[in-house]
Design a protein around this ligand. Structure first.
Ligand SMILES: [Zn+2]
Ligand SMILES: [Zn+2]
Length: 459
């Protein structure tokens, strides 16, 4: 049967990247040099900050020494901004970054909107949210108390993340000493990496980089167990994507050891998946499948970082290696130009991290051709979402699209790093890839067969 996609496809280019809206605004450290990242927000997400906190997008640009969102985007993409960007010293950089969080969590006032006698002060417990005065803090407490403890972790993690950017925190690596099928979740992964991981974390904790970091950030250095907890969360955040891919390959029964090379398409990939992502970052996926014959992971999306496109190859992976490559564009166009023409292999699996199509009709419109394509070509597909609520909403849409849902639930390799909703800090933090959904093909055939079975059975 000809895929139904052909009849339904429409080619209206999207005005925004097919993602984020409801995703948290992830602010990563902005290094002193030009080619490193700023906050990971797409245009829509960036300006929607102002809905919650009027003027916040302007404040961010101002604090980061940027004139416009275009310039900001250029820097995030690895380009060189027109106006002067960069900070004189780490202290200034961390101060500026912290300033982008400086608005009253209760009345939303920005520093510029306060009278001279007033300053914004942070909550002493979490050091994460700010208040214009004791009245606002008191009124906010019933709401804030629900998230204060979790936001305390966020405030530490967003500083510690700097060590990943500078390369001072290198994740433990190497073949898995345990059989891969034993390692089903983070607990077993941590047990397996046990001593090696401890040595790695100890080395980072006593490093010069750690000392410099805490000397620069204008707050006391937390206890070692707090810092160690943070490093572990950052580690799960980095490895969540490759291990979730592995989870999908396993669950969908794709045997990478016997059937030759495997190809995975990451659909709707953006900066989040591609910025600062190097070829070694998916090695953990390879260790999950010892003896595999080569895995090719292709990131496809309109916001794939330029630096990623430049640093990754497009050849075929050798036995036992993982090859990352990228393609900038919409997935259904990529399919037509590269997959249908036979230049690139059909994927053994497609993955979309936080597609967000449940969030708005605009995003749904952007995703529809891709979802129909994946369904009609019966590509085993794995999606991740941030919360149980998003899981329910996304499932409903996929059911309405007649996809055949194979599995869904809590992801054993979800990121354990809480993500704050930037402009709405009292909103419950979320976790990347907290839940997953897998589907393959259409439920239509199944329903028909079931119907026939029922008729045969005399029902
Ligand atoms: Zn206030
Ligand atoms: Zn607090």
């Amino acid at each position: 049967m000809a895929p139904r996609l052909r009849r339904r496809r429409h080619k209206k280019p999207p005005s925004v990247a097919p993602m984020v809206v409801t995703s948290p605004t992830v602010v990563t450290p902005v290094p002193l040099t030009l080619e490193k990242p700023g906050p990971s927000i797409d245009a829509l997400g960036f300006f929607s900050l102002d809905n919650n906190v009027p003027g916040l997008s302007k404040l961010i640009l101002q604090k980061l020494n940027m004139k416009s969102y275009e310039e900001y985007k250029l820097v995030v993409d690895g380009g060189t901004p027109v106006s002067g960007f960069g900070f004189r010293c780490p202290q200034e950089m961390f101060q500026r970054l912290e300033d982008t969080f400086r608005f009253c969590a209760h009345c939303r006032a920005l520093p510029s909107g306060l009278s001279d006698s007033k300053v914004l002060r942070h909550c002493k417990r979490c050091r994460n949210v700010y208040y214009c005065g004791p009245e606002c803090q008191r009124s906010d407490w019933p709401e804030h108390r629900k998230v204060c403890q979790e936001l305390c972790l966020v405030a530490v993690d967003r500083l510690m993340e700097w060590l990943l950017v500078t390369g001072d925190f290198v994740l433990p690596s190497g073949p898995w000493p345990w059989p891969a099928d034993v390692v089903q979740d983070w607990d077993t992964w941590f047990s397996m990496r046990g001593l090696q991981l401890e040595a790695t974390l100890d080395a980072v904790l006593s490093s010069h980089a750690m000392t410099v970091l805490w000397a620069s950030v204008g707050r006391p250095r937390p206890e070692p167990d707090v810092l160690q907890g943070s490093l572990k969360r950052l580690l799960t955040d980095t490895l969540s994507r490759p291990l979730t891919l592995g989870l999908g390959l396993r669950a969908l029964g794709i045997n990478s050891g016997k059937t030759g090379r495997s190809t995975v398409h990451v659909v709707g990939a953006s900066h989040v998946e591609t910025f600062l992502t190097g070829s070694g970052d998916y090695n953990e996926l390879g260790y999950m499948f010892p003896g595999h014959l080569g895995l090719h992971v292709i990131m496809v999306g309109i916001d794939v970082a330029t630096s990623f496109l430049q640093s990754t190859g497009s050849s075929t992976p050798e036995t036992g290696t993982i090859l990352l490559s990228g393609h900038r564009g919409l997935y259904h166009d990529f399919w037509e130009e590269h997959v249908e023409t036979g230049q690139i292999a059909h994927p053994d699996m497609a993955v979309a991290f936080h597609p967000g199509f449940h969030a708005s009709p605009t995003l749904m419109e952007t995703w529809l051709p891709t979802l129909l394509l994946l369904r009609d070509y019966k590509i085993p597909t794995l999606l991740t979402v941030y919360s149980h609520q998003e899981l329910a909403a996304s499932l409903q849409i996929l059911v309405d699209l007649d996809t055949h849902i194979i599995a869904c639930g809590a992801n054993p390799f979800a990121s354990l790093k809480p993500e704050q909703v930037y402009s709405n800090p009292n909103k419950q933090p979320v976790y990347c890839s907290a839940y997953y959904i897998m589907f393959r093909g259409s439920s239509w055939q199944l329903d028909k067969r079931q119907l026939e079975e029922n008729i045969d059975g005399g029902v």
